[in-house]
Ligand binder design. Structure first.
Ligand SMILES: [Zn+2]
Length: 275
């Protein structure tokens, strides 16, 4: 499990992370962003819970966002190597995350998508809780991240990552929890949410379903604190493979990051409003 645990968020424990930003212009296929977000959101919102409106379908809802890793994690290996109990086994407090060949870090990608997602969700009326405040810090540990979202009584949460898989592999994967005690009551809901995330990623983004990891863009994981310890419905998404040049060229683009955030926001609306 340690080996598969590394797959999610490989710790490229380099002394120095390159700062070169790989901004490669790759056109987003028109079909990937052709969804009528506003229309479908308003349609779904019409039948949502009392208090919500078409403009604010998530009014009264709390949504948790965990942007994986942190921008300065690489500066403190001792902190990262601290062992924390993830509900099933000991795990590193946190890892540095992966990066593209040109040095665009996963921590930065995760943070950008999280900010765009927060904007979308707040526009929809949700209260948003995030596990870190910037991309200039260290940690917190994965167990603390889970606790922050549990304590906030989030209605649903998402852990945002990008993978460091084999260079030949492409695509996104939705990581789903396995029942282990603390998360028992939210397994079925998490699996429903996973389907929403999967569908909206295909609808709103140019990212393809993973051709190297899991099955049809899904995988169950029982070795990650974020999924083991959650008491609210939650999935972790590997939005693409930063080690693959084609995926990397997409993931570093602000427009693609915005589309991924849009996909996640739509999935959250769909999940929470039941439409
Ligand atoms: Zn990661």
């Amino acid at each position: 499990m340690r080996v598969s645990g590394i797959r999610c968020c490989p710790a490229s424990r380099r002394a120095v992370v390159g700062l070169t930003v790989g901004l490669v212009a790759v056109a987003v296929p028109a079909t990937a962003v052709a969804g009528t977000a506003t229309a479908s959101t308003q349609h779904r919102a019409g039948a949502s819970h009392a208090g919500a409106s078409a403009a604010e379908p998530l009014k009264g809802k709390i949504v948790g966002i965990d942007p994986g890793h942190n921008g300065r994690n690489w500066t403190d290996p001792a902190y990262l190597n601290r062992q924390v109990w993830n509900g099933r086994e000991w795990e590193d407090c946190d890892t540095t995350g992966t990066e593209t060949a040109k040095g665009y870090t996963e921590a930065r990608f995760n943070w950008n998508v999280a900010r765009y997602l927060r904007q979308d969700l707040e526009k929809y009326g949700a209260k948003v809780v995030m596990t870190r405040k910037s991309n200039d810090g260290i940690g917190p540990c994965v167990t603390t991240r889970a606790r922050i979202l549990n304590k906030a009584h989030a209605d649903v949460s998402v852990d945002i990552h990008a993978d460091g898989g084999p260079p030949s592999g492409r695509g996104f994967t939705v990581l789903e929890p396995v029942a282990d005690g603390p998360n028992d009551k939210v397994i079925n809901a998490s699996l429903r949410f996973a389907k929403d995330v999967h569908a909206e990623m295909l609808r709103y983004t140019p990212m393809m379903v993973s051709d190297y990891y899991g099955h049809d863009g899904y995988i169950r994981r029982d070795d990650l604190a974020g999924l083991n310890l959650t008491t609210e419905p939650k999935v972790l998404i590997e939005c693409g493979n930063m080690q693959n040049s084609q995926d990397a060229a997409l993931l570093v683009q602000a427009s693609v990051q915005r589309h991924i955030a849009r996909a996640l926001a739509q999935a959250i609306v769909e999940f929470l409003t039941g439409k």
